[in-house]
Design a protein around this ligand. Structure first.
Ligand SMILES: NC(=O)c1ccc[n+]([C@@H]2O[C@H](COP(=O)([O-])OP(=O)(O)OC[C@H]3O[C@@H](n4cnc5c(N)ncnc54)[C@H](O)[C@@H]3O)[C@@H](O)[C@H]2O)c1
Length: 356
């Protein structure tokens, strides 16, 4: 009886082992045929989980918080079917040539796509996924934080408090400017621009103006903002907030002509892309008192060298590109980029696909 039992157990164990072995073998064989995906960075867990759980691709990853070196990227993309990238990787002709004709999907974990050569991608029929909407709230929130930090001189004030500059209460010390009854100008009334307006309204702003490629009448009527020329935007705004896309047209758009038209009391905020601003012109505008202050989340280059002249100015607040940096948002961006990629590989509609 005992030996019968034992042989049954042995049989079951052997069958289980054989099953596992067969499954592994099947997965291995299938693995050979699975589309290859290269991920250019260590990404938030929800992104990797989505790709792994799908089980429909073979993943290779640059598992580091720092960007993949260009030479490594060029090597690793060879023969892949889909590329999961970040805004730090320039995806141009060289990378696409290195990848070869197998590449059908590029999914970027960003809403900005100025790092992608769209023409090259379009010519090769490569589909592109990106991550709009899921980061809008976080970026708008950070823009408000940066605006208040800049206009109310928070960084300067904290330094003074820590370093003994805090004497007795002084009526004229550390004064900035308030949002109440002010005019706010939005350069680029897109998703983030709209979310910024909605967040700023409760501060008692008197008037919202905007400039964009063309008037956005329906949206503007809904949120009570007025379309003006770029020149009027510069002249009238107490706070000028840049949240447009970086394109050949917007590159260097915020330059000395623009700053020279702004009020001396104006606060300039940029959370879009650094290259929209001519930084040398901005430096002179800030150093000469042509405008009151600036808050930047984005610069050229990134990181901005610690000895950069802009860091020497008390009226310039610089953040290290953290506008979308909440745990929830970064996970949502990572997961959306993964789902875009998986859908692209299957030839299905992506949750968020860029129209090329
Ligand atoms: N700092 C960050 O971490 C961070 C995070 C997310 C997005 N961004 C940047 O913010 C940008 C906007 O994001 P979004 O989701 O609101 O995109 P969006 O496409 O909804 O808005 C961009 C707006 O810019 C406008 N625009 C384009 N060219 C213009 C021009 N010549 N003049 C005036 N306006 C112009 C567009 O018409 C559009 O309304 C992104 O492109 C990205 O570069 C930065």
């Amino acid at each position: 009886m005992w030996s019968l039992c034992r042989s049954n157990v042995l049989h079951k164990t052997l069958v289980a082992q054989l099953n596992t072995c067969c499954r592994l073998q099947a997965m291995k064989t299938a693995g050979k045929n699975l589309p290859k995906v290269y991920i250019t960075r260590r990404i938030p867990p929800d992104g990797l989980k989505a790709l792994q759980q799908a089980g429909s691709c073979e993943i290779e990853q640059w598992d580091s918080d720092d960007p993949v070196p260009r030479s490594e990227l060029l090597k690793k993309v060879s023969g892949i079917h889909a590329l999961y990238c970040l805004l730090t990787e320039k995806i141009d002709k060289e990378v696409l040539d290195a990848a070869g004709p197998s590449l059908t999907v590029v999914s970027t974990m960003s809403v900005g796509y100025d790092h992608l050569s769209l023409e090259e991608l379009k010519n090769r029929g490569i589909r592109v996924g990106f991550t709009p909407d899921v980061l809008t709230e976080a970026v708008a929130e950070l823009t408000i934080a940066l605006l208040l930090a800049t206009s109310r001189r928070l960084i300067e004030a904290v330094e003074e408090a820590k370093n003994g500059g805090w004497g007795t209460w002084k009526p004229l010390w550390m004064c900035g400017s308030g949002l109440t009854e002010s005019t706010v100008g939005i350069l680029g009334l897109g998703r983030i621009g709209e979310a910024i307006v909605n967040r700023l309204r409760p501060f008692g702003v008197n008037k919202f103006l905007y400039n964009d490629i063309a008037p956005r009448e329906e949206l503007a009527a809904k949120i009570s903002v007025d379309f003006v020329s770029l020149e009027e935007l510069a002249k009238q705004s107490d706070f000028l907030i840049v949240c447009c896309a970086l394109t050949p047209e917007t590159q260097g758009m915020c330059n000395k002509q623009l700053f020279s038209k702004m009020k001396r009391s104006a606060v300039f905020i940029n959370t879009s892309r650094g290259a929209v601003v001519n930084q040398e012109d901005l430096y002179h505008a800030l150093a000469s008192g042509q405008i009151a202050s600036a808050g930047l989340d984005v610069t050229v280059p990134e990181p901005l060298p610690t000895n950069h002249p802009l860091f020497k100015l008390k009226n310039c607040v610089i953040l290290p590109h953290i506008a979308s940096a909440t745990v929830e948002t970064r996970n949502a961006m990572a997961a959306l980029a993964a789902h875009n990629l998986l859908a692209g590989l299957k030839g299905e509609a992506m949750p968020k696909e860029l129209k090329l």
